[in-house]
Design a protein around this ligand. Structure first.
Ligand SMILES: *Cc1c(COP(=O)(O)O)cnc(C)c1O
Length: 459
């Protein structure tokens, strides 16, 4: 039986949603050329495209918006955010930026030289992109369990520490610019990294003199997983766990659009290296703006300083992780195969197993996502072969290792009955799976095609 953890908040302001008919949705998705990113949000009932920047802020955060200090230099909201970072993470230096990729654009050129490697449990897409822009090479060394959707392993986001040490010895420590720990591991399905794994990875980094950067977008969800699953942490507070996690790194880049519980924002945190901080500040001025706002309004920094603390509240985190677990359990009970155990921010439906008759070059993940929209007005996203650009040398369609349909849950936005609607929709999609057809691409751009490609149904 699925167990729902009740919301530790009530609703004070509502945003009406439009309920559409299947006929209306058929015409909307056709007009969008079967691309979920081309659908106007007004055509969507439940929007699960991403959990990034789609969070609901609290009344305290909205009150913070009103008292934000919009001074160009030295705004009090900047100092409030700096003090929050010092308190929560134990890092002396912080630079606000407008979002996560801006943090990467500034920090990675300070860490990576051309030809070096960046080694990670798994690079997120934009992180991989910025490593490439430094003419460095991204390498992912996640544990093997991450690739088995059915393995009930508590920390599928972990770095394979043995492989990491082998890699360092083989390539030479001087050729590795940075080690990146992504918490939670987004690309592996929001899977957590254990404290032991963070500790061991940092020990290796220190032994070989390599900088360790945390990609911190979902730091609070990771801390809660450690509390729930790792021996010795049940009695630790979330902020204690967070401080310990970040003690095993030299710096972090954060997209605050996730666990910052705001709609826009990012942070670079530096533990103690004042030279690195000086370089970061020098790059921030031309790219993002003066150092005490870095691309954010004063009110954004105010709301973020408050949101970071709200993200650490244990009843909120229990409800948050509980929502994803509830949805995952309902789907499994209904016979829908998912990446299991569920991660912190999304359910990943295994489209290869739901639609075995649709080959990878007809995009089973995308076919499932489109049917979920037609059936229940839900917007998800393909994480499979459709998302992969063609092989740059041969121009051929590549086959992804996994064909997922991803449904992300925004923070504090949807209720239990919304989740029931999502589960019922996906279960009925699965029950009608035999009748579903694949898709073909009729137009695509040169790179990152999934955002703008045009498709049509096969047959
Ligand atoms: C979202 C995300 C980023 C990029 O942040 P943006 O705010 O979207 O620019 C980087 N790393 C991870 C793990 C993320 O989830």
């Amino acid at each position: 039986m699925s167990n729902y953890i009740t919301e530790p908040f009530r609703i004070k302001m509502v945003e009406p949603l439009r309920v559409t008919t299947r006929e209306q949705r058929e015409s909307a998705i056709k007009n969008a050329n079967y691309n979920m990113f081309a659908l106007p949000s007004k055509e969507v009932y439940i929007d699960l495209l991403t959990d990034s920047g789609t969070n609901a802020m609290s009344d305290t955060q909205w009150a913070g918006i009103m008292v934000g200090d919009e001074s160009y230099a030295g705004a009090s909201s900047y100092y409030k955010l700096r003090d929050a970072i010092r308190d929560i993470f134990g890092y002396r230096y912080m630079q606000p930026v407008h979002q996560g990729r801006a943090a990467e654009k500034i920090l990675y050129p300070c860490l990576l030289k051309a030809g070096q490697y960046s080694v990670s449990n798994m690079h997120f897409d934009t992180t991989r992109g910025h490593v490439g822009l430094c003419k460095a090479k991204p390498v992912d060394l996640v544990v093997a369990e991450a690739r088995d959707t059915e393995a009930n392993y508590p920390f599928k986001g972990n770095m394979d520490v043995e492989k990491l040490e082998k890699f360092i010895i083989e390539k030479g420590a001087e050729n590795i610019g940075v080690i990146v720990m992504t918490i939670t591991n987004n690309s592996a399905g929001g899977q957590p990294v254990s404290m032991q794994n963070l500790r061991e990875t940092f020990a290796l980094a220190k032994q070989y003199g390599i900088v360790l950067n945390i990609d911190a977008a979902r730091f609070a969800e990771n801390a809660m997983f450690i509390k729930e699953r790792e021996e010795g942490y049940a009695d630790h507070s979330i902020v204690e766990i967070t401080r310990e996690m970040f003690s095993y790194a030299d710096s972090f880049t954060m997209s605050a659009k996730k666990d910052g519980i705001v709609n826009m924002g990012g942070i670079i945190g530096i533990k103690e290296d004042s030279d690195l901080f000086t370089k970061v500040q020098a790059l921030t001025v031309p790219y993002e703006g003066f150092v005490t706002y870095g691309g954010l309004a004063g009110r954004d920094m105010e709301a973020l300083a408050i949101g970071l603390y709200e993200a650490l509240e244990e009843d909120y985190l229990a409800y948050r992780l509980g929502q994803i677990r509830y949805l995952g359990d309902k789907l499994r009970e209904g016979g829908v195969p998912i990446q299991y155990p569920t991660g912190g921010h999304a359910v990943f439906v295994d489209a290869k197993r739901v639609l075995p008759h649709i080959p990878y070059y007809e995009y089973p993940g995308q076919a499932l996502v489109i049917e979920a929209y037609l059936e229940g007005g839900i917007r998800g996203c393909d994480i499979g072969s459709y998302m992969l650009d063609p092989d740059p040398e041969t121009g051929k369609q590549m086959e992804a290792e996994m064909e997922f349909a991803r449904f992300c849950i925004p923070r504090r936005v949807y209720t239990q009955s919304h989740l029931d609607h999502i589960a019922n929709t996906l279960i009925s999609v699965k029950e009608n799976a035999d009748s579903l057809k694949g898709y073909r691409i009729v137009w695509q751009p040169e790179v990152l095609r999934h955002f703008t490609a045009k498709l049509e149904p096969v047959g």
